[in-house]
Design a protein around this ligand. Sequence first.
Ligand SMILES: [Zn+2]
Ligand SMILES: [Zn+2]
Length: 327
Amino acid sequence: MENSKIDELICLTAWSAAFMDGQKDGSKATEDEKNIVRAMRAFFKMDADRFNTAYDRYKTYSDHLIELQDKDPITKIVARYSALKVAFKENEDGADKSNLSDKEWEYIKKIDDSINIKIVYNDIKDEAYKLLDLIINYEKEKLDGYNPDSQIIVNIWYLLREFFNSLEKNNLFDVWEENYLALIKYKSEMQDVFGENPFLKEFDEKYKKQKPLISNFKKEKLAKEKQLAKEKAEEEKQLAKEKAELEKNKTHEYSVSNGIHYCKYCGGDEKWRQFDCKRELGHKYTLRRVQNKFGFDYSFQPVCNNCGDIRHYCQPDNKYEFKCKVK
Ligand SMILES: [Zn+2]
Ligand SMILES: [Zn+2]
């Protein structure tokens, strides 16, 4: 299967936002939503044939996102914000602009997971929406006798710069490198769609200078991730141990002597099996001949070896949580 061009991927991402049923024939798109994509196609000089051919390449509304994954940052950004623009369109006059449907959010989330640049959204969103507004008003501007192309192109490259600045600000040197390499990889395709990248030389030089730094950064990051994973594994092990200990504390361990069943840790007999044992109190009972609680006669009762506590008639201490103290 032939891959889509970057501008086709952008328009498909926006177009799919208008159809959120998960299948292509579930038409729910409003004219307003479709018009956004039409305006985008006008800017990208994409006729219906080219768009339809791209559209027919995919089975579902999100299949094309796989191709978006490794594309250049401009394509990713414009695709995401155009989809948001479309998704918000039907709510634009409503009281709550953030009122997207679950399916729409799900789709946006899918885009976010594909393009994997969430960290910069805050820094670029104003520029991104500004750019989208320019693109959406493309035809209207043309009708009014303006040529908005150059303005849009300027904004696109400005946005790219904001994007890389944001990565630097956040010390994301590995993401910086990844996206710089995408600029190189898609250089000619980007040039066809967005014109020549005015910052490429600047980025080239920066990359040359920063390469050792970036590789160090990646090494350190990897080491840190390994360390964190190790700590997490240890923490989980400790938690499992504590859980097992808690479970153990609840379990009785019966002994039998002189026909009497009693638990070594709480002194209770079989009828206490339905309740939790209290091993954590620390007693350790064995059967001894002691004077009965009421009366002067003697019988065998569980007595704690450590503190001398007597569990008369095998009644464990369930109320007072009486802790063992070694005499
Ligand atoms: Zn017990
Ligand atoms: Zn005791």
